[in-house]
Design a protein around this ligand. Structure first.
Ligand code: SF4
Length: 353
């Protein structure tokens, strides 16, 4: 998960690209940058990895300190990663071997496919294989029929077979699991090698579409994880298609569904605005829109302002804008005009008149 190599077809988004090949086949220019949440997730994974790989010879102290000085670090990451370690411990036996951040070659299932599995536990005495994926986000992830975990299970089987050539794959008990501490979501599912092969056969036509560069956009649940929403006509069309054309009044259920959809529209709007601001700053034009900077006014010296207020029988004035409103421009300039300092505000998107 924290590996630096990026797969063209990341297993972590396989649910999306298997359903919508366009989401990995279109121009990379359409891809949105990693969000703060994604960067936080990467940092939490790194902390978990360093804690898991610390041993008698190397406690990874310096690297952990580097993580702790990252601006995205939050103390709660300690609790969540410590609990993840405990969860891994609870899945181990005295004969287990634990493999952390293992790069899995999945190219035999799909050329160009590889991924890094957070944790593989294999017990060659019990012939038990556990694949655990650490998720740091808030969106609940299920492990049943989860393509990322299915691919990881296939890769983990090959990885283990390489290390223990004597094992009979048909006999391995495989468990795939999600550990998602921030929403207390821990779920796991048993599968066997036969199920994995059946699943692979079932998704083969979808893999072929991606490999044959069939640019097909299909909207669905997976769109909420897509980093191309800003440019996706189909997604935006689908999203805006609220239940408003019904002849009869909306039912409670339809209102609930609209509320859910409106929350997604709000998220999209926020992304579109941030994108437009960034692009306009870089010299692009969006007809009818411009950037507007509202300068921020504050007091140069609050103590001096309070003194002036007391001398003139005024109440304490918290901000220049409030003072201006209260005193009017003439009196404000006269009493407090030279106490104001101006700093540039964050540029906002504004409609041109
Ligand atoms: S937003 Fe949905 S439909 Fe559009 S490219 Fe992404 S996954 Fe496909």
């Amino acid at each position: 998960m924290t590996g630096t190599k990026h797969s063209k077809y990341p297993p972590s988004s396989a649910f999306r690209w298997l359903n919508c090949p366009a989401s990995v086949l279109l121009s990379p220019d359409d891809i949105e940058e990693d969000t703060t949440a994604a960067k936080e997730g990467t940092l939490a994974h790194k902390i978990a990895e360093l804690k898991l790989t610390a041993d008698f010879w190397n406690d990874n102290k310096e690297e952990l300190e580097d993580c702790r000085s990252n601006p995205l670090y939050k103390p709660e990451m300690e609790k969540h990663t410590d609990n993840y370690l405990k969860y891994i411990d609870s899945n181990k036996s005295s004969t287990s071997k634990v493999f952390v951040e293992t790069e899995l070659d999945l190219s035999k299932y799909m050329p160009g496919l590889f991924g890094t599995c957070d944790c593989i536990i294999y017990d060659n005495v019990l012939n038990r294989l556990d694949i655990i994926d650490f998720k740091y986000g808030f969106g609940k992830v299920e492990c049943k029929d989860n393509p990322q975990l299915m691919f990881y299970a296939l890769g983990a089987i090959d990885f283990i077979k390489n290390k223990f050539p004597e094992i009979n794959l048909e006999d391995v008990t495989i468990t795939v699991g999600i550990y998602q501490p921030r929403i207390q979501n821990i779920n796991s599912n048993f599968i066997n090698y036969k199920d994995l092969k059946k699943w692979l056969k079932r998704i083969k036509p979808q893999i072929d579409k991606v490999l044959n560069q069939k640019i097909e956009r299909n909207t669905g649940d997976w769109c909420k994880w897509c980093d191309r929403q800003i440019h996706c006509r189909e997604y935006q069309h689908e999203l805006m298609d609220c239940y408003v054309e019904d002849f009869f009044s909306l039912s409670d259920l339809e209102i609930s569904l609209n509320l859910e959809r409106l929350a997604d529209i709000e998220k999209l709007l926020k992304k579109l605005k941030a994108y437009a601001v960034k692009q306009i700053k870089a010299g692009h034009k969006f007809p009818g829109y411009k950037l507007h900077e509202v300068n921020k006014k504050s007091w140069k010296n609050e103590e001096a302002v309070n003194e002036i207020a007391t001398e003139n029988g005024l109440m304490i004035i918290p901000s220049p804008n409030q003072a201006l409103k209260k005193l009017g421009k003439k009196k404000f300039d006269e009493l407090l005009g030279d106490q104001v300092t101006t700093t540039p505000g964050t540029p906002q998107l504004k409609k041109e008149r």
